[in-house]
Design a protein around this ligand. Structure first.
Ligand code: ADP
Ligand code: MG
Length: 180
């Protein structure tokens, strides 16, 4: 069994990252949002007056985390954020959500229509898969079909098993699946 690891918990906004993070935290795991990490590493700007989002300097956060983190953490760390897969982590968990359900979830938020549709489009196009180039272990879930509890348990099993399988056999493609 491998030692402690750093895990990106990523996915288009609304795919269930924070829900799974809560379960991980309740079970005693260390979880940090990417905003908290960016604050700690002094890589975050002031809130945008339009949507309140705080811009994170990702290249700077990547290099500061790489310098600071060293080889292996004292305990496993889960990073909750839709850009967390851009950090120097050991593996990536991608949460997906059927675009129809995702739109409903995002409409519950105080997002404008444009922001809802931008995020739904991003999900249809593959979400975080678009950014991933390196050969990092990836586990993917559909939060529109799997419960938060089932996802939580599978994540822990996958880590204990040493990230097997290293990649999903059939990555989710909403277009191919006829979901859009
Ligand atoms: P994120 O942190 O990725 O933006 P949230 O965890 O805030 O997403 O979840 C968005 C919405 O989807 C919430 O209303 C949450 O209750 C719901 N949700 C999250 N995960 C699941 C799931 N596996 N099954 C059903 N609903 C979920
Ligand atoms: Mg969240």
């Amino acid at each position: 069994m491998r030692g402690p690891v750093r895990v990106a918990l990523t996915g288009t906004p609304g795919t269930g990252k924070t829900t799974v993070s809560s379960l991980l935290r309740e079970a005693g795991n260390r979880v940090a949002s990417i905003e908290i990490l960016a604050e700690r590493f002094d890589c975050i700007g002031d809130a945008d007056p339009d949507d309140g989002a705080r811009p994170i300097d990702i290249p700077q956060l990547y290099s500061r985390a790489l310098d600071e983190w060293g080889e292996s953490p004292d305990g496993s760390l889960f990073v909750d954020g839709h850009l967390s897969h851009l950090l120097p982590v050991d593996c990536v968990i991608i949460l997906r959500c059927n675009p129809v359900d995702l739109q409903k979830r995002l409409e519950q938020r105080d997002y404008g229509e444009r922001k809802v549709l931008q995020n739904v489009d991003w999900e249809i196009l593959g979400g975080p898969w678009n950014d991933i180039e390196e050969e990092i272990p990836i586990l993917e879930f559909d939060s529109s079909s799997d419960s938060p509890e089932a996802i939580f348990e599978s994540i822990l099993e996958w880590i204990v098993d040493g990230f097997k399988p290293e990649r999903p056999a059939n990555p989710i493609d909403w277009v191919e699946m006829g979901a859009v």
